[in-house]
Design a protein around this ligand. Structure first.
Ligand code: GLV
Length: 337
């Protein structure tokens, strides 16, 4: 029986060619609800499932995959949409695409930061609406980024890439991360760890780069927003539910903080009521990793993870290698390089 891989949405090059060389690739061509995934996996079992970050893969979906499903290979670095414990318990490895989207996501965070601090999107709306009447001494004044204190929450690869860029903009950088991650050599001595409360109280710009977990769900809630300076700018390119979005809309409307730049939302693609009416928020549609080169690199990693699993090897980027602690399933193909 030829190994089979199921993608819900079609993935970019080189994914199709890499996978089709070794296995039968089936692409649904649309996002699947949990019920659809369950019936699809029951009717046509596969060895590897490649879902989208908007599709939830829980114990029921994994059970539908039965004993044939060995790997969930994500086209994303975030894996909050998969119940990893349930996967581990069923001997299913979960793989993701870290590293290759670090720079693209950090660039996006900087873009949102600059756009929000300098009213660039509001200015764009003014010009298009014909309201730009020429340069004026106090027209659309924003916040200085250079010299400002940046607070990075979540200091992994992406948080550190943002810190590096911010130093290039002459910002001062502090960070908070509950896991005490190693700090890259080039950043040592140039950034300092800070308790969360101090960061919230003192930072001029706060940028979120934490995974979504039970611990970080609504990390930015009403008390956090009320702790921030009324001149602060909040940027989120991580996961929407890290912020209590309805409360953020209130904070922006009532001026508890000065502005925000958001790429992710609590209930994508829905937005909290009132958010789009706030002139002081820049809204982008989850574009963090959306460059041609980055998406191709993610597609390649996603394929290689799937091929590793089909070859009976722990995927090169596996979030739960312990799933195969008692032995990997037998190889179905030769190992990919
Ligand atoms: C995108 O949001 C990702 O997690 O890769």
């Amino acid at each position: 029986m030829a190994p089979e891989v199921l993608c819900t949405l079609a993935l970019p090059k080189p994914f199709p060619a890499l996978v089709s060389d070794a296995a039968t690739l089936r692409t649904a061509g649309h996002l699947m609800s949990r019920d659809e995934l369950v019936s699809e996996l029951r009717e046509r079992p596969v060895d590897v499932l490649c879902p989208q970050l908007r599709e939830s893969v829980d114990g029921i979906v994994l059970d539908a995959g039965g004993s044939r499903l060995r790997c969930v290979s994500l086209f994303a670095v975030g894996f909050n949409n998969v119940d990893v414990d349930a996967a581990t318990g069923r001997g299913v490895v979960v793989a993701n695409t870290p590293g290759v989207l670090t720079n693209a996501t950090a660039d996006c965070a900087m873009g949102l930061m600059l756009a929000a601090a300098r009213n660039l999107c509001e200015g764009d709306r003014e010009v298009r609406a014909g309201r730009f009447a020429g340069w004026e001494p106090e027209y659309l004044l924003g916040q200085d980024v250079s010299g400002a204190l940046l607070g990075v929450i979540g200091f992994g690869r992406i948080g550190q890439a943002v810190a590096r860029r911010a130093l290039g903009f002459s910002m001062r950088v502090v960070y908070f991360d509950s896991t005490d991650p190693p700090v890259a050599e080039d950043l040592q001595g140039r950034v300092s760890p800070t308790p969360l409360d101090t960061l919230l109280r003192e930072a001029d710009v706060i940028t979120l780069h934490t995974p979504l977990t039970e611990e970080t769900h609504h990390l930015i809630d009403e008390p956090a927003l009320r702790t921030m300076k009324d001149s602060a700018i909040l940027v989120n390119t991580s996961r929407g539910p890290v912020i209590d979005e309805a409360t953020l809309a209130r904070a922006l409307r009532e001026g508890w903080i000065a502005g925000a730049g958001l790429d992710v939302y609590e209930n994508e693609p829905e937005l909290a009521p009132g958010l789009t009416e706030c002139a002081n928020v820049v809204l982008s549609p989850h574009l963090g990793s959306a460059t041609i080169k980055t998406r191709a690199a993610m597609a390649e990693l996603c394929a290689l993870n799937a091929l590793d699993a089909l070859a009976g090897q722990t995927p090169r980027h596996c979030v739960n290698p312990e799933a195969w602690a008692r032995g990997a399933p037998p190889p179905l193909i030769h190992a990919a390089t």
